[in-house]
Design a protein around this ligand. Structure first.
Ligand code: SF4
Ligand code: SF4
Length: 390
């Protein structure tokens, strides 16, 4: 569907399109405790699951419906034509109340801490994902409202906007702009943080005294503040279109709406082609941070298999984290997870470039994520947690 390229330059995008409501939702509950029971009737916007860790963001039903099943990884909802829950009043919220309010409305508020520097990332995370540009073009007012709200919590002394050199984006008032070379993986959060602050951070971590928010983060916050309703959908690039997709929409239904019908053996990738995760099945529900869907033809790339490492070192040469994917993948292959730690697996930013260059077509990123998950479980992390996009 999307020819692969490392370039992060994005063309002008069309209007963000709505898709039809599906008859059934599979609302993912990655690391959450359900607060509904089978048989319950829900309004659109009703809370269905609470975060197990503070600041993760609760999950709400995008559509009215009846809970027909609760599976380990999702809540299954039969959609109906009911009403929406009453919106919250946002006008009188004190600054000190914003964090708890946004978290209750579905925002992961862990990055919203007091810091001197606020980085706004407008660089596409992966080639072909145009969601950020589409939101800036069509919903700039909501993005600005999100920025004003975030500033009330973060209280930054300076704001820096990271922009891909060559992409047409207007800066926000009071922002300086840092231009980033428009090549993958320069749009990933750890790379942007390094370019602006000089600090190297692990995936999911923030540097000292700086926070990074994407255009999508700001849009979600702005929409909550504007409507008083939780964010229950995600904007996704599918082919050359940007679609507004309710959380939990089954992959099959979304593909149908987008006019794609995969053939036997094709893979449906949720997220970008470098970092995305293949859908487990066609009924899997879209999760709230998914920003793209790709159909990869069966013969598009040579198959990835558990072949021996040839020791060519191509993966080491291209790794932006300057670690050794070959040694980490060998350790993971033989379940030597603590050995993988000794090779600095936690410095991996999961860009997927090593696997792209691997002459033996080893599943390097898959091994790395597998080992990271096993290590997290060893350290007592949430059992139901799943990986996702950066
Ligand atoms: S995914 Fe591979 S190339 Fe990217 S940082 Fe991790 S080890 Fe390095
Ligand atoms: S690119 Fe593949 S074959 Fe070459 S050293 Fe890395 S893991 Fe081994």
């Amino acid at each position: 569907m999307t020819p692969f390229s490392f370039h992060l330059l994005t063309p002008e995008t069309g209007t963000i399109e709505d898709v039809s409501s599906p008859p059934r939702l599979h609302i993912p509950i990655p690391c959450h405790k359900t607060v509904v029971d089978t048989g319950m009737e829900l309004l659109a916007g009703d809370k269905v699951a609470e975060a197990r860790r503070p600041g993760e963001g609760d999950i709400h039903s995008p559509l009215p419906g009846k809970v027909i099943d609760i599976l380990p990884e999702s809540i299954v909802l039969e959609t109906t034509s009911g009403d929406a829950a009453t919106p919250a009043e946002t006008g009188a919220l004190a600054d000190s109340e914003l964090d708890g309010f946004l978290s209750g409305m579905g925002i992961c508020t862990r990055p919203l801490v007091n810091a001197d520097t606020l980085i706004i990332n407008t660089v596409p995370t992966e080639p072909g994902i145009t969601v950020g540009n589409a939101l800036l073009a069509e919903y700039r007012k909501l993005v600005e409202l999100g920025l004003e709200t975030a500033k009330r919590i973060i209280r930054p002394k300076r704001i820096v906007m990271a922009a891909a050199k060559g992409n047409r984006i207007n800066a926000f008032g009071g922002c300086s702009v840092t231009h980033i070379a428009p090549t993958y993986p320069n749009g990933l959060a750890p790379m942007i943080i390094k370019a602006i602050t000089g600090q190297e951070v692990r995936l999911g971590e923030m540097p000292e005294d700086a926070v990074l928010l994407s255009v999508i983060d700001l849009y979600r916050i702005g929409r909550i503040m504007d409507t008083g309703r939780p964010v229950t959908d995600t904007i996704m690039t599918v082919g050359i279109r940007n679609l507004r997709v309710p959380i939990g929409m089954p992959v099959r239904f979304l593909l149908n709406q987008a006019g794609h019908s995969p053939n036997d053996g094709d893979r449906v990738v949720l997220g970008g082609l470098m970092q995305g995760i293949t859908a487990a099945n066609m009924e899997q529900g879209i999760h709230g941070t998914c920003t793209a869907l790709h159909v990869v033809g069966r013969d598009a790339y040579p198959p990835v298999e558990d072949r021996f490492c040839m020791g060519c070192n191509e993966c080491v040469r291209h790794c932006p984290a300057r670690i050794m994917p070959n040694m980490i993948s060998r350790a993971a292959e033989f379940k030597l997870f603590e050995r993988a730690e000794q090779y600095y697996i936690n410095a991996c930013i999961e860009c997927g470039i090593c696997g792209f260059y691997c002459k033996a077509r080893r599943p390097l990123l898959q091994y790395i994520r597998y080992a990271k998950r096993e290590l997290a479980l060893l350290r007592g992390a949430c059992e139901n947690e799943t990986g996702g996009e950066a």
